[in-house]
Design a protein around this ligand. Structure first.
Ligand code: DAH
Length: 341
């Protein structure tokens, strides 16, 4: 029965054995299944087993052979799996980047500075869609039917039927004013930031898309003087405490009166240089008192309420703050540019 005991011992071993490496597995295979291995020795010994024990011992031998093969197969699969895991570990998506930390985009920096400045005096932030209908973009804002912005040359239309069903990429964020006045309770003090689109050839000074921040303040008794003080406060916070402003009469369909605001040129201090084209002033935004027609279009009674609005280009402010002279740089994702902020 020595033979049976040996088989049982090896069977026990085959069922428990942990083969932790390819070498260990190979060694075990040779020891058990090799030419001069245990299995062959056992089969050799099997030849001399008495006939009445042959069946039992024969079955045990086959069991052993299967168990050995199974343990080798299991080891092989296990080793392959851990190789795959090791490979996956080496490619760790959560590992912190070592040599290249990201940079805030200059337009984000400027936009957030605008939020901060107006946030301090109670302005919140409102959002609206980039694809807009004619009503919010033009009609509710008091644009006349023949205004050039309604022309394909200036505006990217998504659907153009020549009426209130037109749909376009928004040309300004003033459209969000209308949405806010329609949906918010008065008083309103809000900023409407976002990307806008215009059908322009791309150059250093014009782009087919850029970013605006619109402001809107509607309450009882809001005056032009309030607007001027708010915009002066903004200019000082943004460009420095000794910044001077001037308001020039202008025209926008949605404000009456309308103005454009200049700041004294930050480069030459007002003496006149290339940036301000010798005038000493640079324009930074459009503004005005919300036209009574616009209030009426939003079911606000202009006898009771008044308001002011303004709209500025984020790129324009960034150009002045950072002395960038080519609009295209903001959307080219050139790391040499972005890494400077
Ligand atoms: N919507 C104007 C533009 O895109 C900017 C603007 C001017 C907005 C005057 C205003 C405003 O709210 O009062 O050029």
């Amino acid at each position: 029965m020595q033979l049976k005991e040996k088989i049982d011992r090896l069977l026990d071993e085959a069922r428990k054995i942990k083969l932790a490496s390819e070498e260990e597995a190979e060694k075990y295979r040779i020891r058990l299944l090799g030419k001069k291995g245990e299995m062959n020795a056992l089969f050799e010994a099997f030849k001399t087993v008495e006939p009445e024990l042959k069946k039992e011992i024969g079955q045990s031998l086959n069991q052993l052979k299967n168990a050995v093969q199974e343990s080798l197969l299991k080891a092989k699969e296990g080793l392959e799996q851990s190789a795959r895991n090791a490979e996956a570990d080496a490619f760790d998506l959560t590992r912190p980047v070592e040599d290249e930390i990201g940079h805030r985009h200059p337009l984000s920096l400027v936009r957030e500075e605008i939020y901060r400045i107006f946030g301090k005096i109670g302005f919140d932030i409102s959002d609206g869609p980039e694809i807009e209908d004619d009503w919010h973009l033009f009609t509710a804002l008091n644009f006349s039917p023949e205004h050039p912005a309604r022309d394909m040359q200036d505006t990217f239309f998504v659907e153009k039927n020549g009426g209130v069903d037109d749909v376009a990429l928004r040309t300004h964020t003033s459209s969000v004013q209308i949405r806010v006045m329609n949906s918010h309770k008065l008083p309103i003090r809000t900023l409407c930031p976002g990307r806008v689109y215009r059908n322009e050839a791309v150059s250093a000074r014009a782009h087919c898309f850029f970013h605006q921040v619109e402001g809107l303040y509607v309450d009882k008794g809001v005056s032009y003087a309030d607007m001027r003080e708010v915009l002066l406060y903004f200019a000082k916070e943004m460009f420095g405490n000794d910044t001077r402003i001037r308001l020039r009469p202008s025209y926008f369909p949605f404000t009456e009166p309308s103005a454009e605001m200049d700041i004294a040129c930050s480069i030459c201090g007002g003496k006149g240089c290339a940036l301000c084209k010798g005038t000493g002033w640079v324009e930074i935004l459009g503004c005005g008192m919300v036209d009574p027609n616009v209030l009426r279009n939003c079911n606000i009674n202009p006898e009771e309420y008044s308001g002011f609005a303004f709209g500025m280009g984020v790129e324009r402010i960034a150009n002045l703050l950072y002395r960038v002279n080519d609009l295209r740089l903001f959307s080219e994702n050139d790391k040499r540019f972005l890494a400077q902020f």
